[in-house]
Design a binder for this molecule. Structure first.
Ligand code: NAD
Length: 506
């Protein structure tokens, strides 16, 4: 703690800033200093936010606008938020330890680009679709309407918080819903700022409410609230299961984006220099704290030693340090618990026979004594049954696993409870494409990593998730269909089944 006065941020409920009297501290992971305090909400504040969202939804001020009007307001919000990029970047990086490069390009840049894409979807989405006229059993026609669900709850993690929250808020708003966001305890600042900007730029008060608070109180109430019709969640698989349970009592729709243990498969024909850079980028960007991080490098046995050598040589050039310096490549991990978890996994892997080729400790230097630092770490001698290869460590720890042929590479890649993202490194696209077809993951990159394109669907197989975000169908997950059928026969259709069924009943 610095002892310097810091800003206090309040919840946003029904268009007003609300103070709960309880305070959460926001800590800079790079130096452990106090960045800000935030009002901590609980179940009663979630109830107030849901009531505000419900009232606004029913008033029609947003839900009844023409989609093109919603699109136009959303575009204005995206533009105003882009003007406030410096504020949003600072809110992100000071709370989650992303480097300024990462926070600017990825966390905030993509978040606003994707939000604008959701605005465009409101314009282009097929809101009503008429069927061809049916002649049997009656002359009739159906129209399928896409309608908003009502109140949507969004529960977000601390990694890339603005981006991952807007993946829910964007399609929910485009579809005409009202939203209550429960940000992660570490990182509510950027979403509070975004909600303020949204209201300053045309979003009616009460359409977007933000209640920071703990998961087991505020989050759990949102996931179980009877007036919430849908939960969009990103976070750990463990909490995702709990969200499903909580949502089941009132049969809510849920979309879950959960954990991962991404394999980066280096084929024996790969360009090893390119693959080494790509595998390091896939694992160490944002200190390995991305659900799609490639934390298992599967390397053909014939290339293994050469490849590990290259990985280590290049890892030595990764600049770890001041997150506010544009030349820095890697920052800290989110908190002390995460730091200890990373180092514990490394120690346990060593006891199980793994070799620390690089890192495996806190980086040397006075600047790493404060805050939560783990050096980029490369382990060889890992087998896929070790906890380091099975669990989502969520830190800068790369486990290198050798394999002997393509079948074995596929088997190891798929031998995981997770199935979010994989990368394949090869100079033969046809071979890599054939392998991609066999990988049980929702996203496969060939000679690339972390390529998130808002125009295509994103999500996980197996325990990495349920449903999809992004892509042209993103609004499907925040709408429900209503099928209206009109009898066109003016009472003259045969309706053969009615009398028959009636006569059977007699
Ligand atoms: P987490 O699951 O601990 O927390 C996520 C959110 O859930 C937080 O807002 C938290 O307060 C809330 N929460 C916790 N317990 C709750 C409960 N009982 N009821 C309701 N809400 C509750 O995850 P985290 O540590 O913040 O984030 C890291 C995890 O998120 C990793 O597992 C990562 O892989 C995953 N993630 C997945 C994706 C994806 O798109 N698949 C993206 C980013 C992160």
């Amino acid at each position: 703690m610095t002892g310097i006065a810091v800003n206090h941020h309040m919840m946003r409920i029904g268009g007003k800033e609300v103070d709960s009297g309880q305070r959460m501290s926001i800590i800079d992971p790079s130096n452990g200093s106090l960045v800000a305090t935030v009002s901590q909400g609980d179940a009663t504040h979630i109830d107030a936010a849901v009531a505000a969202a419900k009232a606004t939804f029913e008033s029609g001020v947003w839900s009844q606008l023409a989609p093109r009007q919603r699109a136009s307001i959303m575009r204005a919000i995206a533009a105003a938020a882009a003007d406030a990029t410096a504020e949003l970047v600072d809110a992100e990086m000071s709370a989650n330890g992303a480097t300024i490069r990462q926070a600017t390009g990825f966390h905030v840049g993509w978040a606003l680009e994707h939000f604008a894409y959701f605005a465009d979807l409101a314009d282009s989405y097929v809101w009503q679709q008429a069927s061809p006229v049916n002649s049997f059993p009656a002359l009739s026609q159906s129209v399928v309407h896409r309608e908003p669900i009502g109140v949507v709850g969004a529960i977000a993690p601390w990694n890339c918080p603005l981006l991952l929250t807007l993946w829910k808020v964007g399609p929910a708003l485009a579809a005409g819903n009202s939203v209550v966001v429960k940000p992660d305890e570490h990182t509510p600042l950027s979403m509070l700022a975004f909600a303020r900007i949204a209201e300053e730029n045309g979003l009616p008060p009460g359409v977007l409410n933000v209640v920071p608070g703990e998961g087991k109180t505020a989050g759990a109430r949102l996931a179980s609230h009877p007036d919430v019709g849908k939960i969009g969640f990103t976070g750990s698989t463990q909490v995702g299961r709990e969200i499903m349970r909580l949502a089941s009592d009132t049969v809510k729709q849920v979309t879950l984006e959960l954990g991962g243990k991404g394999p980066s498969i280096v084929l024996d024909d790969a360009d090893l220099d390119m693959a080494a850079d790509g595998v390091l980028y896939g694992c160490f960007v944002y200190s390995g704290q991305i659900c799609v991080s490639g934390t298992r490098a599967l390397v053909h046995a014939s290339q293994h030693d050469k490849f590990v050598e290259r990985l280590v040589a290049r890892a030595k050039t990764i600049v770890v340090g001041d997150i506010r310096d544009w030349d820095t490549d890697m920052g800290p991990v989110i908190d002390a618990r995460q730091k200890h978890q990373c180092l514990k996994y490394v120690r346990e892997a060593q006891s199980g026979g793994a070799i620390v080729e690089y890192g495996g400790c806190v980086p040397a230097g006075q600047q790493f004594e404060q805050g939560f630092w783990v050096a980029p770490t490369i382990l060889s001698g890992v087998t896929n049954d070790m906890p380091i290869a099975r669990d989502e460590v969520f830190g800068p720890v790369l486990a290198v696993i050798p394999y002997n042929d393509d079948d074995e590479a596929v088997a190891i890649a798929n031998d995981s409870d997770y199935g979010l993202a994989a990368s394949i490194w090869s100079t033969d696209n046809a071979r890599a494409l054939q392998m991609a077809a066999r990988i049980q993951c929702g996203n496969v990159w060939i000679n690339d990593a972390h390529q998130i394109n808002c125009r295509v669907p994103f999500g996980g197989y197996k325990q990495s998730g349920l449903g999809r975000e992004l892509g042209p169908n993103a609004l499907d997950y925040y709408t429900q269909t209503k099928t209206v059928q009109v009898d066109l026969s003016a009472g003259h259709s045969a309706k053969p089944y009615g009398p028959v069924l009636l006569s059977h009943a007699e």
